[in-house]
Design a protein. Structure first.
Length: 339
């Protein structure tokens, strides 16, 4: 987590930090094709015009329900999926305009930790080959130097260098995720997208992996986009939090500000579902129960995309798209009635 503080221990204002990733108007629409001639009849609006910044050395948490577009946002930022519209500036370089060798030269500095350690590791490759693959692909070091680096990476993530000759099936889920993390940091990246890295792990192992990510951030100076639906874990690891719903960002603020005083009705509903480890407080809390399911991203509702489930929605909400505006320095919200 970011260590920038002001006197008195308060978090530094976002304006004082260096922007590493600047996302503006990002859209990713997947075409819907039908008929013999495969004509496009619509589009799934997985990400539909999101804008945010990620500051150097921080962890930005991205939360929301399944199907809100969180993982797609992370993949598009790293150009694993092509953007439909918008810009993604990585230290001034617009990734949407880079191709071939120009994009490849920046790849080592941007990496990803995937959600499922079982699916993201090739079962036919040894652990050493998996971790060493990025080094070979980008021609870093001699064969002996790569072997030494593999041993260092395994030690860094809490595994034994001798494990390099084993295969993924010989490891537990938590150990496999450590292998995935070792692969992600092999090229000394600056920025890592963590796509729900603990969702597929046992609860007893999740804290260990999160602590490892925090330690690596401190040691290596990493910047994270941490995608998760676990609001309790996000509060622990993130510096700021962006709340996403149906392809749009509803609210973005410092983690303590957002958790203590949410402004958007959707944020309030999400946080009301998080249990509090105090029986008296828990029994007295008022829960916000949302009716209905999240609409299809292929046919989002007009106006505010949350208006069909919002407890305070008015006629204006179904007609007019709310502006994603800055209420106070560093706090952004997309709601007509947030004050």
């Amino acid at each position: 987590m970011s260590t920038e503080t002001l006197s008195g221990g308060a978090a530094a204002p976002p304006r004082a930090r260096e922007v590493m990733v600047d996302v503006k108007g990002l859209k990713k629409h997947f075409p819907i094709m039908k008929g013999v001639f495969r004509r496009q009849v619509g589009a799934v609006k997985a990400v539909d015009g999101v804008s945010f910044e990620i500051y150097r050395g921080e962890t930005l948490g991205l939360v929301g329900e399944s199907g809100s577009g969180k993982s797609t946002t992370g993949r598009v930022i790293l150009q694993l999926d092509q953007v439909t519209e918008g810009t993604i500036l990585f230290e001034g370089h617009d990734l949407t305009q880079l191709h071939g060798e120009d994009l490849r030269s920046l790849r080592p500095r941007m990496q990803m930790v995937f959600q499922d350690p079982h699916a993201s590791l090739n079962p036919r490759m040894t652990v050493g080959s998996i971790i060493g693959e990025p080094l070979s692909e980008h021609r870093q070091g001699s064969s002996d130097e790569r072997q030494q680096r593999i041993g260092e990476l395994l030690s860094l993530v809490g595994l034994e260098p001798k494990h390099a000759n084993r295969y993924p099936h010989e490891f537990s889920g938590g150990q496999r995720q450590r292998i995935g993390i070792a692969r992600a940091i092999a090229l000394n990246p600056d920025f890592i997208v963590c796509d729900e890295p603990i969702a597929a792990l046992d609860v007893s192992i999740q804290a260990q992996v999160v602590n490892l990510l925090e330690n690596l951030q401190d040691v290596l100076g990493l910047t994270y986009l941490f995608i998760s639906h676990d609001l309790s874990m996000i509060r622990h690891i993130a510096d700021r939090v962006a709340v996403m719903y149906l392809g749009k960002i509803m609210e973005l603020a410092d983690v303590d500000v957002l958790y203590n005083d949410p402004k958007h009705p959707y944020t309030k509903a999400l946080l009301s579902a998080v249990p509090v480890p105090d029986p008296e407080v828990e029994s007295a809390r008022k829960r916000v129960i949302l009716e209905g399911d999240i609409p299809s991203p292929a046919n989002p509702p007009p106006g505010c995309v949350f208006n069909t489930r919002c407890p305070i929605a008015q006629e204006r909400c179904s007609l007019e798209v709310p502006v994603f505006r800055e209420l106070t320095p560093g706090r952004w919200v997309a709601c007509h009635f947030a004050e």
